[in-house]
Design a protein around this ligand. Structure first.
Ligand SMILES: [Zn+2]
Length: 160
């Protein structure tokens, strides 16, 4: 496990975005923590917040949303991804996760596949409840994602 590489020096603006368009890790963390606190997890009490950073610098948050019918439950990562895609974002550079767990937790298999659709090289940063951090390249977490050839002009790299 490596550090997230997100603490490189760089001037930042008031909203946490650097001049090069990247966002400070602390800003992503704050948004992910806020989302975690909004999580609906009455069954597992395992709260997750996610902040997905698009290539254009926009940030999209999600939290897990559990359901009495367990299989209906949505993970924070896919909730954030859905919000991003609905807003027109299709390229991403990083996702920051915050949980209450004892150790940093990596995304589940379904979320790995969902994120890899748009950003196979996504940087995944995860923080435990006590502030421990780990990071991975998504390609390392899911080396052989399932791929279908999209209809020309409608794939993840194409804007609509
Ligand atoms: Zn998941």
């Amino acid at each position: 496990m490596n550090g997230p590489g997100a603490d490189a020096p760089g001037r930042h603006t008031e909203n946490g975005m650097r001049e090069d368009g990247t966002t400070e890790a602390d800003s992503l963390r704050s948004l992910a923590l806020e989302a975690r606190d909004a999580a609906y997890a009455p069954y597992s009490e395992f709260r997750v917040g996610a902040c997905l950073e698009a290539a254009d610098g926009r940030c999209f948050v999600g939290c897990n949303v559990e359901n009495a019918s367990y299989a209906v439950t949505m993970c924070a990562e896919r909730v954030a991804l859905g919000a991003a895609v609905a807003a027109g974002a299709r390229r991403f550079r990083r996702i920051f996760l915050c949980t209450d767990a004892d150790v940093p937790v990596a995304p589940c298999g379904m979320c790995r596949q969902a994120l890899a659709e748009f950003a196979p090289e996504l940087e995944v940063v995860s923080e435990s409840g006590s502030g421990g951090r780990a990071s991975w390249a998504l390609s390392g977490l899911l080396p052989e994602r399932f791929v279908l050839r999209p209809v020309p002009g409608s794939g993840p790299g194409d804007s609509r």
